[in-house]
Design a protein around this ligand. Sequence first.
Ligand code: NDP
Ligand code: 8X3
Length: 250
Amino acid sequence: MSRVALVTGASAGFGAAIARRLVRDGYRVIAAARRAERLAALHDELGDALLPLPLDVTDAAAVAALPGSLPPGWREVDVLVNNAGLALGMEPAYQARLDDWDRMVAANVSGLMHMTRALLPGMVERNRGHVVNLGSPAGSYPYPGGHVYGASKAFVRQFSLNLKADLAGTGVRVTNVEPGLAGGTEFSLVRFHGDADKAAQVYAGTQPLTADDVAEAVAWALGLPPHVNVNRIKLMPTCQGSGPFLVKRQ
Ligand code: NDP
Ligand code: 8X3
């Protein structure tokens, strides 16, 4: 029987690309997200190797009930890809909407934490598994308007490394994947609350990473021999780099 991977945020962007890639690589994929119709379309495309799972990762009760509520044959999850997440807003911190901050923490921090806590015990029991978290360079480098989004990804990075510390000696691996500017997803549309022009400006004149580039990185880490753990993967488009320190002069 082929191995089972659960990908959160599989209704768009990286998550959908990762689901497609893992099905192609022979996994059976549980595709989780809130928009059930998107997951149904992915099922139509990929067939019964994909199990659509309407799930809000911020629903702590639904996440806690998850391991026991999966259909027989799908309960032994070998790979958890914690991809569901979002940025909201880019105003300076003193103008940001508190509700945006709460929603980012709920999905990027609490949702990822709850998903991991729900599925990790089974992996440890079976002495086999891999948790892949979607971090970001925004978790290591500050930028104006990055406030809670970047801080949530700093949590994801350190949580990944701390999980690795607890899991050393088990057969369970942990990888934090940190992509830079990546286009062709709904990330910026969501960040700018549906403003498509503003979202398009983020990528103007660039050749950003694609969702398939990110799926490739995930597939590479998963495909290495079981004794090899890739702790972090930081990838950026060739056109991106980090900036100098900011100095405001009078
Ligand atoms: P998209 O907006 O294209 O996809 C985000 C996915 O997350 C959607 O499938 C959405 O599905 C899902 N999602 C959001 N909230 C929830 C929730 N509460 N419960 C379940 N699913 C949820 O973004 P990307 O593919 O670009 O981003 C994916 C991940 O990668 C995020 O964690 C993001 O922070 C990170 N990232 C993105 C980068 C980029 O530049 N694009 C760069 C670095 C990291 P639905 O709405 O149907 O629930
Ligand atoms: C997404 C990349 O640079 O928009 O994590 O924060 S960035």
